[in-house]
Design a protein around this ligand. Structure first.
Ligand code: ZN
Length: 76
């Protein structure tokens, strides 16, 4: 391991899961977050659908992207 420039592996946000994350779940709670606020959960392949559904069933705006993509703003 000589000077590897890669950051530490990002881990899934799902409780109890320690798999490497491959997805970003970008979301906000319209009741408490301003429109330009974006919260980010990280998700592995197994849990990306679970986390997205968890948020969308609460009527939170949610957008799933790969780890290299940034979301500046979430619509309603
Ligand atoms: Zn996971």
């Amino acid at each position: 391991m000589i000077g590897a420039p890669e950051p530490a592996t990002e881990r899934c946000s799902r409780a109890g899961c320690s798999l490497p994350a491959g997805w970003k779940v970008n979301w906000r709670n319209p009741r408490i977050h301003a429109e330009d606020r974006v919260k980010i959960w990280l998700a592995c392949d197994d849990h990306v659908d679970y986390l997205r559904d968890y948020l969308s069933t609460r009527d939170f705006p949610v957008v799933v992207t790969d780890l290299g993509t940034s979301v500046q703003r979430l619509g309603i």
